[in-house]
Design a protein around this ligand. Structure first.
Ligand code: UDP
Length: 493
């Protein structure tokens, strides 16, 4: 058995994927991993952990007991969150503290597993309290940032200072002070409640607790790479202490090819049932190179009924081929009798099939494989950080269509800072709607016009930089090496 490291992720779905990817990377270096989780995620993780163990990877899945009403995942839709209170997911993450405290105490007393005491605890950056709990038991804590440094730098200032205290330009833009470069935010790039938020705001108070607690970590690792946002890596480090960039954390084969082999690229964790995945890949096989637009708003979000209609009609009018991961709209009741297809404009599904213009995925999409497929030439994305890293690693330019919070900051990074995306024009006065005419225009801009070609060229440069970063001798490779050797040098309990 190798040296033992314990890992603990946030309850948020999206964080499990980079956590499991990191676990596999550490195990490949000879470490033993205990992956601590709650009943919410045991079903999605069990088969992956078992498969990893069968393949000789030393990953142990351990359940931390918590009350079954702790958080009902799936009912938390980010679109409907009220940020003046603490969002349910962040609140539930904070309330894990006493349960993990008890778990770690029992673990160290060998009541849970025969594994030895961990050399360190890698805990999600949303779990600020993990620093104090780990310290109580004499275990060094590593904070794992699953977001990028640009977005986190902006996020940190905006939530700490609050927009009402930020300087404004004559045209009303918010100026974010203290960054390496001037960053201006529009009203639309902030959450609806944020411009008016007062010091009583629950999310503001949460970040005032979490960031200083994270600064007590022994180490900080970030799922990004230096060549993508180096200035902001340096800035974030100067504010929050030494960090190591070790991303993009993706399966190694994701960097190897962009061809029909893409079918072999599986994510570290699947968080849903993939029913149409194989058919989708076959449909892509029949399409010309870089002519298909992939559309997904992430693992948890969905868009409104009105927006589904505008997007569908805009896509049809664009004439561009697409694969759309379609979910039940955010404002429709979840009902086992309805299919997400029922919310499309009448007849559209049939027309898309007859013209062979579009393919709808209703379950969990094989996103990595789709992005790696040679037919895929663009991505409408909500700009979750994993989506940004994945499209970068595959060289696919974006239409940035953020839905909330730091997704807007990721969108700003890809549109304004590194120039690999066009922005979906959301109309604040129309409930953030992007109209069908705007959809048609931006889709054609990305997939057909000269501008799209420029973005694709720039994205391919970044793809090469990502591959270099994780390859032998690259920035992330060296940082990961250093991180592993530092862990190995920690005293055994
Ligand atoms: N994902 C996927 N299939 C889906 C939806 C999502 O494979 O149908 C994966 C996607 O590849 C990414 C993650 O789920 O790795 C979503 O993370 P991201 O940060 O993009 O967004 P979030 O879901 O956390 O908002």
């Amino acid at each position: 058995m190798g040296a033992h490291v314990m890992m603990l992720s946030s309850l948020g779905h999206g964080h499990l994927i980079p956590f499991m990817q990191l676990a596999k990377k550490l195990v490949a270096r000879g470490l033993t991993i205990s992956f601590v989780t709650t009943f919410h995620h045991i079903p999605s993780l069990r088969s992956k952990a078992e498969a990893a163990r069968e393949a000789g990877l030393d990953i142990h899945l351990l359940e931390m007991e918590i009350p079954h009403d702790h958080l009902t995942l799936g009912k938390v839709n980010s679109n409907s969150v009220q940020w003046h209170k603490l969002p349910p997911l962040l609140d539930a993450d904070e309330r894990l503290e006493p349960h993990f405290d008890r778990f770690l105490g029992r673990f160290l007393a060998r009541e849970i597993s025969p594994l030895p005491a961990p050399l360190c605890l890698i805990a999600d950056f949303l779990l600020g309290w993990a620093s104090a709990v780990a310290k109580k038991y004499g275990v060094p804590r590593v904070s794992f940032e699953t977001s990028g440094c640009f977005a986190e730098s902006v996020h940190q200032i905006v939530w700490e200072i609050l927009p009402r205290n930020l300087p404004r330009t004559a045209s009303g833009l918010y100026l974010v002070p203290g960054l390496p470069r001037e960053v201006r935010l529009t009203r639309l790039q902030l959450l609806p409640e944020l411009p008016e938020a007062t010091p009583e705001n629950g999310t503001h108070q949460y970040w005032l607790r979490v960031r200083p607690a994270n600064r007590q970590s022994w180490r900080t690792i970030v799922n990004t790479f230096y060549e993508l946002e180096g200035e902001f890596v340096d800035h974030y480090e100067s504010v929050n202490g030494t960090l190591r960039t070790i991303g993009p954390l993706l399966p190694p084969e994701a960097f190897e090819y962009r061809d029909v082999q893409c079918k072999k690229i599986a994510p570290a964790v699947e968080l849903g049932i993939s029913t149409d995945g194989d058919k989708c890949m076959q449909w892509l096989d029949a399409q010309a190179e870089e002519c298909v637009l992939y559309i997904s708003f992430g693992s948890e979000n969905s868009i409104s009924t009105a927006q589904v209609e505008e997007l569908a009609l805009g896509l049809e009018a664009s004439g561009v081929k697409f694969v759309w991961v379609l979910r039940t709209p955010s404002d429709a009741a979840q009902n086992s009798l309805t299919s997400p297809l029922d919310f499309l404009p009448v007849g559209l599904h049939g027309r898309m099939a007859a013209k062979d213009q579009g393919f709808f995925v209703l379950g969990w999409a094989p996103q990595l494989g789709i992005l790696a497929h040679p037919a895929t030439g663009g991505f409408i994305s909500h700009c979750g950080w994993n989506a940004v890293l994945e499209s970068t690693a595959m060289g696919v330019p974006l239409i940035a269509w953020p839905l909330y919070a730091e997704q807007h900051f990721n969108s700003k990074l890809v549109v304004d800072e590194i120039g690999v995306a066009v922005e979906a024009p959301q109309r604040i006065e129309q409930d953030w709607l992007v109209t069908r005419d705007d959809v048609k225009r931006i889709v054609r801009t990305l997939m057909i016009k000269e501008k799209g070609k420029e973005l694709r060229k720039r994205m391919k440069e970044l793809k090469a930089a990502a591959k270099t970063a994780v390859g032998e001798g690259g920035s992330s490779y060296k940082n990961f090496d250093l991180f592993v050797s530092e862990i190995m040098a920690l005293p055994k309990a």
